[in-house]
Design a protein around this ligand. Structure first.
Ligand code: SF4
Length: 703
C-alpha cells in the first residue's frame, strides 16, 4: 500500500513542508511539499535526506536506568522508569523544595510537548526552572520585539522577499543555514535595482552573493547600525510622519545616532566609510527594505541592543507593517516560535505572558485549574544559571528533553561538572549515546518528528501540522505523552488527561485567545490538515494575517512602537597578548546542531565531512602554521584541538570553528569548551560568537 503524508522538516526555522511517500510502512521518497504555503516545494539536502535518520543503530527504543554513572544502563519499561523518576523528584522536592529540580527543553519539540512540560513545571511542580535551548538562539530577538512593539514575533512573512528592494542581512549565513529562503532572495535579486547587503566578519557563502559585504570587526554591529541611522537622518531619508504618528522616544535615538558619524563608526568597525554611506543609501532609498538576522546578532552580551538598533532603522524610515519591509529575525530551530508562544523560557507563561505579572499568572492559573499562588512570581533559572546551580548543588535534578547541552552550551567544562554533580539526570531523546545522554541516570525514548502528530510554528508565524509518517520504534513514545504519564504519577492525572495531541493544542489556543495579536482561535487540527495557517487568525473564516502592524497599532501602553537608544557595548571579553584572536562559531550547510541526526547521512557527511578551524593566511603564517596542521585553540575556559583550514575570506585576527562536532567525535575537540557563557543582561543569551583565544600547533590531532 502506498500513501503520501504531509509533515514539515525537523531542522531549521524555515519550516519547509515535506511530502513523504510511504510504501508498505517504509518511507520510500521525500520531496518538498508543493502545496505548503511557506515554501511551495522548496527543500534543501538536509530535508531531502530525512528518511535516513529514522532507523539507525543508536535509536533509543527502550527506557533505561542505572544506579550511578559507573554502572551500565538496564532496559526497563517506560512506566518503571517514570515511576523511578517520580520517586526521586518527590523526595528531592520534599527535602529541598520545587526549585531543586529543573527542566531544559528544546525548540525541536512540538508545541504540544513544550506546552505540557511548561504546564507541569510552572503550574504543578511549582518551579519556574524550565528553560529551553532557544535561550542560545532567539532570546535576544524575543526580548527586543517585546520592548519595541509590546509583543514578541516578527511582523513580516516570507512573501516579503518577493517585494523587497533591499535585503539587509546581519550576522546570518542564510545560504548555508536557511538555504530555501536564500534561494528565494537570489531569485529576487536577478531583477534590476534589488540589492543585498551582508554584515558579517566572515566572507560567508551569503556574503559572496551580496552586492555589499560589510566585514565589520566582531561585536561592532551597533556603531555600524547607528552610523547608518546617522546617514539616514542627515540625508533626510527618514519618515518623519511615521515617527511622529506611530512611535515614542525618537529624540533619544536621534541624539545617540548624531554621535555616530560614518567616519567614527568606520574606524571602530574596521570598514570603509563609503560603504556605510552606500548601505544607508540602499536601505533608505529603496521603496521596501527587509532586514534578516540570526545568531550573529543574538548570541551576544549586547544581543538585545543589537536587535533594537536594527528595529530603530525600520521605525525611523517607516519601513514596517507594509508588504516588502520590516525587521525579520529568523529562527534557527523548527519550533522556536512555538516555544515562544507557549512561554517556555524561565520567565514566561503561555500566550506571551510573564511570570512577574500577577494578572498573567491569574489568567493562566485559571486555565490550568491551579491556585494562583502555585505559579511563582519570579523568573526561574535561565540555561546558563541552571547549569551553574546544578554545579553548585542548588539544583539536584535535571530533565533534558530533545537537546544536547553538553555539546551546545558555552563553557562546556562547567556543563560537564554540573552533570557530574547532579543527583539525577534524566535525558529524553530519540538517540543514545549523545554527549549529554552519556551523563544520564535515566534515559527515556522519545519519538521523533516524523513519528508523531503535533504542530510547529516557523519563522513567519505559520503553524503547520506534523502528521506521523511511520510508527515510533520499540517503546519510544511522543514526548508529550511521556510528560503526561509522568504528571499522572506525580498526582496530576486529571489535569493532564489528554487523549491526543489535538486536545493539548486546543488548551494552548485558549491561553493564546485575545492576547495581543497572538490569536489562533481560527486554527484547528482539522484546518491544518488542509493547509498550514499563519497567526494572527482570530476566526475560522480568517485566512490568517501574513503581516502584523498593518494598521500601525502596536500593543504597547501608548499604542506606539518604542524607539530605544542603544550605544556601543563592547563584547564581554577582549583580546590580549595571551589570547590575541577572536573565535566565532556557527553552522555548516551539511549538518544540524550536534549531528545526532545528520551525522547518520552519508550525503551530508560528504558536504561537511570533518571539524576544522579557519584562520586568515596572514595570522596562520605569523604563527608558522600551514593548511592541514593539527592545532589547539586555548581560551581562559579550556582548549580544543582540530585541523587548520586557511581562508582568505575570514577577517584577520578572527577564527571560525563550526560547533557540530562535540566530545563524542573527539573528546578534546569540542569548540564549546572555549566559548564564553557571559550573557546579555536582558535576554540572558550567552555570547557564543566572541571568545578570546590563542592558536598553537600540536603534533597531531590525537595529541
Ligand atoms: Fe527547509 Fe531548513 Fe529543512 Fe533545509 S533544513 S529543508 S531549509 S527547513
Amino acid at each position: 500500500m502506498e500513501q503520501t503524508v504531509k509533515t514539515i522538516c525537523p531542522y531549521c526555522g524555515v519550516g519547509c513542508g515535506l511530502a513523504v511517500k510511504i510504501r508498505d510502512g517504509k518511507i520510500v521518497e521525500v520531496k518538498g511539499d508543493k502545496t505548503h504555503p511557506s515554501t511551495l516545494g522548496g527543500i534543501c539536502p538536509k530535508g531531502a535526506q530525512i528518511a535516513e535518520i529514522i532507523v539507525t543503530p543508536d535509536r533509543l527504543t527502550t527506557a533505561q536506568i542505572r544506579a550511578d554513572r559507573t554502572a551500565p544502563f538496564e532496559s526497563v519499561t517506560l512506566d518503571a522508569a517514570l515511576g523511578h523518576v517520580a520517586d526521586k523528584f518527590r523526595a528531592i522536592i520534599r527535602e529541598q523544595g520545587p526549585d531543586a529540580v529543573a527542566f531544559y527543553i528544546s525548540g525541536q519539540l512540538t508545541t504540544e510537548t513544550q506546552y505540557v512540560f511548561n504546564k507541569l513545571a510552572k503550574g504543578f511542580i511549582g518551579t519556574n526552572n524550565l528553560d529551553a535551548n532557544s535561550r542560545l538562539c532567539m532570546a535576544s530577538a524575543a526580548s527586543a520585539y517585546k520592548m519595541a512593539f509590546g509583543a514578541d514575533a516578527p511582523p513580516t512573512c516570507y512573501d516579503d522577499i518577493e517585494l523587497a528592494e533591499c535585503f539587509f542581512i546581519v550576522g546570518a549565513n542564510m545560504a548555508d543555514c536557511h538555504p530555501v529562503l536564500w534561494q528565494r532572495i537570489k531569485r529576487r535579486t536577478s531583477r534590476k535595482r534589488v540589492r543585498v547587503i551582508v554584515v558579517d566578519p566572515r566572507r560567508t557563502t551569503t556574503a559572496e552573493g551580496a552586492d555589499l559585504h560589510l566585514a565589520i570587526k566582531p561585536g561592532t554591529d551597533i556603531p555600524l547600525l547607528n552610523a547608518i541611522l546617522h546617514v539616514l537622518i542627515s540625508q533626510g531619508w527618514i519618515n518623519e510622519k511615521f515617527i511622529r504618528s506611530h512611535t515614542d522616544n525618537w529624540e533619544a535615538v536621534h541624539a545617540v545616532a548624531e554621535t555616530w558619524t560614518p567616519a567614527r563608526a568606520a574606524k571602530v568597525c574596521g570598514i570603509d566609510e563609503m560603504d556605510i554611506h552606500r548601505a544607508a543609501f540602499w536601505f533608505g532609498q529603496s521603496a521596501e527594505a527587509l532586514s534578516l538576522w540570526t545568531m550573529g546578532v543574538n548570541q551576544s552580551t549586547s544581543g538585545v541592543a543589537k536587535n533594537l538598533a536594527i528595529i530603530n532603522l525600520h521605525l525611523a524610515t517607516g519601513k514596517i507593517g507594509r508588504p516588502g519591509s520590516g525587521p525579520f529575525s529568523l529562527t534557527g530551530q523548527p519550533n522556536a516560535m512555538g516555544g515562544r508562544e507557549v512561554g517556555y523560557l524561565c520567565g514566561h507563561l503561555p500566550g506571551y505572558r510573564d511570570v512577574t505579572n500577577a494578572q498573567h499568572r491569574a489568567e493562566i492559573a485559571s486555565i490550568w485549574g491551579v491556585p494562583e499562588e502555585r505559579i511563582q512570581p519570579q523568573p526561574g533559572l535561565d540555561a546558563v544559571k541552571m547549569f551553574e546551580a546544578l554545579e553548585s548543588g542548588k539544583v539536584k535534578a535535571l530533565w533534558v528533553v530533545g537537546t544536547n547541552p553538553l555539546a551546545t552550551m558555552p563553557n562546556a567544562s562547567l556543563i560537564r561538572r554540573a552533570l557530574e554533580r547532579a543527583e539525577l539526570v534524566v535525558v529524553q531523546d530519540c538517540y543514545h549515546p549523545t554527549e549529554t545522554s552519556k551523563m544520564a541516570h535515566v534515559l527515556l525514548p522519545g519519538a521523533m518528528n516524523l513519528e508523531v502528530e503535533g504542530t510547529m510554528t516557523n519563522s513567519e508565524r505559520r503553524i503547520s501540522l506534523l502528521q506521523p509518517c511511520v510508527p515510533p520504534p520499540g517503546d519510544a513514545r511522543p514526548d508529550w505523552e511521556i510528560a503526561t504519564r509522568f504528571a499522572a504519577l506525580m498526582g496530576h492525572e486529571e489535569q493532564f488527561s489528554y487523549a491526543c495531541a489535538s486536545d493539548i493544542f486546543e488548551e494552548h489556543k485558549r491561553c493564546c485567545a485575545d492576547v495581543y495579536s497572538l490569536q489562533m482561535n481560527g486554527i484547528s487540527y482539522r484546518r491544518l490538515k488542509r493547509k498550514a495557517v499563519q497567526w494572527p487568525c482570530p476566526t475560522g473564516a480568517s485566512p490568517g494575517f501574513a503581516r502584523r502592524f498593518r494598521n500601525k497599532a502596536f500593543p504597547t501602553a501608548s499604542g506606539h512602537a518604542q524607539f530605544h537608544p542603544v550605544d556601543f557595548i563592547p563584547p564581554a571579553e577582549s583580546v590580549s597578548p595571551q589570547y590575541p584572536l577572536v573565535l566565532n562559531t556557527g553552522r555548516l550547510s551539511g549538518h544540524w546542531h550536534t549531528r545526532t541526526k545528520t551525522g547518520h547521512v552519508p550525503k551530508l557527511n560528504k558536504i561537511s565531512p570533518a571539524p576544522f578551524v579557519s584562520a586568515h593566511p596572514t595570522d596562520a603564517s605569523a604563527l608558522g602554521l600551514v593548511e592541514g596542521d593539527a592545532v589547539r585553540l586555548i581560551s581562559i575556559r579550556g582548549s580544543a584541538r582540530t585541523t587548520l583550514k586557511l581562508d582568505e575570506g575570514i577577517r584577520p585576527g578572527t577564527l571560525f570553528m563550526p560547533f557540530h562536532w562535540g566530545q563524542s567525535y573527539d573528546e578534546g575537540g569540542c569548540v564549546n569548551t572555549l566559548t564564553n557563557d557571559a550573557s546579555d543582561p536582558i535576554s540572558r543569551e550567552p555570547e557564543l560568537k566572541f571568545s578570546a583565544v590563542r592558536l598553537e600547533k600540536i603534533a597531531s590531532i590525537a595529541t
